[in-house]
Design a protein around this ligand. Structure first.
Ligand SMILES: Nc1nc2c(ncn2[C@@H]2O[C@H](COP(=O)(O)OP(=O)(O)OP(=O)(O)O)[C@@H](O)[C@H]2O)c(=O)[nH]1
Ligand SMILES: [Mg+2]
Length: 275
């Protein structure tokens, strides 16, 4: 269309070549307008009723092949259930090698509560800190802004939303899924997404642990072990996962190798109290 031609012309002029493929994952509460946003982005009625599973649809924005995955929403005022965490993890493998952007869908019509904040953090935590580089807040129900600026809405909302916007590096966009002037909003959204991908050096998010994330988890485990040894608890404070066990094994090998007897003994003590 004419709009797309203008979009590509202005992007080439700005030196940013649009990627050939774009993979987006939408995460948000139930009824936050994820499907509506997905349909607005793809400009077709692809997403329909809630399924309880991730749903993927594709389309084109000009020459860009766009894939959108909608994850199931969390119910209002509750913590994210385990099955939902697994579904969100699954969303990444549904758009291999990984999504370029996680669109965190927040409707303007409702408050973003402390519970929403906790649910979202719980869902994204398994991906590690670096996931936030790929996150953007997508405000839906844009018609509810009326004459206000989105910045006024953010300022007027509580700390949870402000925290989220800051955590996303102040990347946000407003969509009105019921409006008529959507092509401009969609074009602007793609511009922001391409800008974000450029900043991320074209890389998408992959869930393979980076060295940095591996070190962070290892350090966290060592701290937990040391605390456990210091307090000599009957039971470890948190259940030990298979990844913890693997890190522990690696740590033990490292300690023995370095002949750090004191630390090795501490670990063995901790291990013997953690069964
Ligand atoms: N006023 C207004 N209503 C909207 C907008 N976008 C979506 N809605 C309405 O919000 C409701 C929920 O939209 P959905 O897109 O189904 O939300 P969802 O997050 O996919 O919902 P679940 O998948 O069931 O969790 C529907 O009744 C939509 O018509 C918008 O921009 N403005
Ligand atoms: Mg939906």
């Amino acid at each position: 269309t004419q709009n797309h031609r203008v979009f590509f012309a202005s992007n080439s002029a700005g030196g940013k070549t649009p990627p050939a493929h774009l993979r987006l994952v939408m995460v948000g509460a139930q009824w936050s307008a994820k499907s509506s946003a997905g349909n607005t982005i793809l400009r077709k009625k692809a997403f329909r009723r809630r399924t309880g599973k991730c749903v993927k649809h594709g389309g084109y924005f000009g020459r860009i092949n766009v894939a959108v995955v909608e994850t199931p929403g969390w119910p209002a005022d509750t913590m994210a259930p385990v099955w939902l965490k697994e579904e969100v993890l699954h969303s990444v493998s549904m758009c291999a090698p990984g999504p370029h952007v996680f669109l965190l869908v927040v409707p303007i019509s409702k408050a973003f509560t402390e519970e929403d904040h906790k649910a979202l953090v719980e869902l994204l935590m398994p991906f590690g800190e670096r996931v936030w580089r790929h996150c953007m807040v997508l405000f839906t129900w844009g018609d509810w802004l009326n004459d206000r600026l989105i910045e006024e809405h953010i300022a007027g909302e509580g700390k949870s939303l402000q925290w989220l916007v800051e955590k996303c590096g102040y990347r946000y966009h407003v969509l009105n899924c019921h409006g008529l002037s959507n092509h401009l909003l969609i074009e602007e959204l793609f511009r922001k997404i391409i800008d974000m991908i450029t900043r991320n050096k074209g890389q998408c998010f992959t869930s393979v642990l980076t060295e940095e994330e591996w070190n962070r988890r290892e350090q966290e485990l060592i701290d937990r072990m040391l605390r456990a040894v210091a307090n000599e608890p009957e039971e470890p404070t948190q259940p030990i996962t298979h990844i913890d066990k693997y890190i522990l094994k690696m740590q033990l090998i490292k300690c023995v190798y370095l002949k750090d007897c004191k630390f090795t003994v501490s670990l063995v003590c901790w291990k013997s109290t953690s069964h």
